[in-house]
Design a protein around this ligand. Sequence first.
Ligand code: CA
Length: 235
Amino acid sequence: MPRSIYACPMPRVLIAEDEPAIADAVLYALRSEGLEADHCLLGREVLPRVRAGGVDVVVLDVGLPDASGFDICRELRAVSDVPVIFLTARNDEIDRVLGLELGADDYMAKPFSPRELVARVRARLRRVPVAGVAADAWTLRGEFALDGEGHRIRFRDQLLDLTRYEYALLSALLQRPGAILTRAQLMDRGWDSDADSADRTVDTHIKTLRGKLRAAGADPDPIRTHRGLGYAIEA
Ligand code: CA
């Protein structure tokens, strides 16, 4: 009987990439690190393969011959939480990765180092629950670790003592490091908004949050204010 992919103990990575040189380099780097890796050329092959099971991370080229990686990612997200790392070729693609709610977990801009990609894949795999083992609830974002179910955030291994609102703001910022979130977006994530003082409310909680981060040793301040736009975090 052929060995089922489900019995395979090694994490399996699916690469959707139409440039053979890039695909070969990535496959070689992943396999030489002991990971299982499969390759497909077309976007439409991704969803059936993920649905079939046994894919632990998807590396997805944005510019595939038959479909945009963004559309593939959206379709994937409807059926699967499998981590997705985009490969992007242009700055405007990076802007879209950062700016849209695509559900991507990471991205790499071409040209990139295959070794760096392997490191990113490994980072995602650490967050994938292994069958039969309780999932580690903590998601790492730089020096922050986020436990979405427990509503807890650690900074450099210290648990931050946050109010509900401070937690909501910081977790929203950490979901998308580097992305600017407007005060309205932050309100949406944080609490039911009916006050016309929404902007000031966000600013007030950001201020207390900054105080707590400073007390935890976050220096310089990781939260950036973008005048007239909103806030972003460096993580
Ligand atoms: Ca391509």
